[in-house]
Design a protein around this ligand. Structure first.
Ligand SMILES: Nc1nc2c(ncn2[C@@H]2O[C@H](COP(=O)(O)OP(=O)(O)OP(=O)(O)O)[C@@H](O)[C@H]2O)c(=O)[nH]1
Ligand SMILES: [Mg+2]
Length: 381
């Protein structure tokens, strides 16, 4: 993920350190010069003193000859040279161990960083926010040279942490709703998204995941539109041992969902997962159709399933589905083939909706609850 981010960051901090090494050399030269000058000054001073002493001795002798007592020679008090050198080197040490990032140095890096973020599917609005906040955190700050890289990385991770929204614990929510089995209130999740984004596969993965947490499921074959979609869901159901409620092709998806909920109530099933037909976010009439499913089935969660490789288009998709039915969260599929990773950052920030899961392959166990920290770790921060 975020190819080259780590490399770019390392290059930048190396350059900063190099720059400070050049400064360091300049400072050392300056100090050397200062020391040399002060040594020369002292030489001249000593020579002068010697001459005065010689002169005074001569005068003394003359005075003695004259029978008078000679005056004692008073020497100029000298500052210990070692003390002086120590002071200079202390100051020198303080200066050369620190790096201060100027606005100009940041500008050079920030342009590269913004480009890199955009290349990795981070939306412009989000890339600009990251750069702006990083600038606030690092420009004008003094860092210890050996800590500059980790300080910038920390600042970066903090920004990402702020941008991403942590999802609520779905398992806990389902268990809470099912706390009184006699109430027979299954937790209902509706899945939506454009064609081929991975809705049906994600439903099977989540059903398997919930099963492993001792939560029972029933699947509703709400995609009554695409050829073979019902068979596809039934096959998944057979493989994972989960009941599928289906009507014929062309039937009302809201009715399929409603039936699945009735089945769950009757059989004390904890959770209903409703599949829907893929529809482009630009097809307003098809989005409207989703409203009816929502009205009839009253889902506890409406989850948008999008591909992490989609990039900026995913934002438009989530926005359209959100406007139509008000989504509660996101599943990003195909994270296993996404080298970039920016989609998670962008959809999360722009829609302010949490990402619940990442799809990481075609097998049933290829699903991961989304974790901010894991995401940050994958970025190499
Ligand atoms: N590599 C990878 N492939 C995935 C992932 N999730 C789904 N797929 C594949 O994506 C393809 C489409 O998946 P489906 O689950 O049928 O997608 P859908 O959204 O239900 O598609 P429609 O019903 O046609 O709208 C299938 O080949 C899946 O195996 C994933 O996380 N990683
Ligand atoms: Mg499907």
């Amino acid at each position: 993920m975020f190819k080259f981010l780590k490399e770019k960051l390392e290059n930048w901090t190396k350059n900063l350190a190099k720059k400070s090494e050049e400064e360091e050399k300049e400072i050392v030269e300056e100090v050397k010069k200062e020391l040399k000058e002060s040594k020369e000054e002292k030489k001249v001073q000593k020579k002068e003193e010697k001459e005065t002493r010689r002169e005074e001795k001569r005068k003394e002798k003359e005075e003695k000859k004259k029978g008078k007592e000679g005056k004692k020679l008073k020497l100029v008090e000298e500052k210990e040279p070692e003390e002086e050198i120590k002071g200079i080197f202390k100051k020198l040490g303080e200066k050369i161990n620190k790096v201060k990032i100027s606005e100009k140095e940041f500008e050079v890096y920030s342009e590269e960083l913004e480009m890199l973020l955009l290349e990795n599917n981070v939306a412009l609005e989000v890339a600009e926010k990251i750069v702006r906040e990083l600038k606030q955190k690092v420009v004008g700050q003094e860092f210890l040279k050996k800590e500059v890289e980790s300080a910038i990385k920390d600042a970066f991770s903090d920004i990402i942490r702020e941008i991403l929204i942590s999802p609520p614990d779905l398992i806990e929510e389902i268990k809470e709703k099912n706390i009184i089995p006699e109430k027979k209130e299954p937790y209902v999740i509706l899945f939506c998204g454009i064609n081929g984004s991975g809705k049906t596969t994600t439903i099977a993965k989540i059903a398997e995941h919930l099963k492993s947490k001792k939560i029972s499921c029933v699947l509703a074959a709400g995609d009554t539109f695409r050829a073979a979609s019902i068979e596809q869901l039934k096959k998944h159901g057979e493989r994972i041992g989960v009941k599928v409620i289906a009507h014929d092709y062309g039937a009302d998806p809201a009715a399929v969902g409603f039936d699945a909920i009735q089945y769950a109530k009757k059989n004390y099933i904890n959770c209903v997962l409703i599949d829907t037909a893929g529809r482009m976010h630009t097809q307003k009439n098809l989005l409207k159709e989703m409203e009816k499913i929502v009205r009839v089935c009253k889902p506890d969660k409406k989850i948008f399933v999008g591909e992490s490789i989609t990039g900026n288009d995913a934002i438009e998709q989530v926005r359209s589905f959100d406007e139509a039915i008000g989504i509660d969260g996101i599943v990003l599929t195909k994270a296993d083939i996404d080298e970039k990773g920016g989609t998670a950052l962008s959809v999360g920030y722009i829609t302010k909706k949490p990402i619940f899961y990442l799809g990481t392959g075609q097998e049933y166990d290829n699903i991961e609850p989304f974790s901010k920290e894991k995401f940050i770790e994958k970025l190499g921060l």
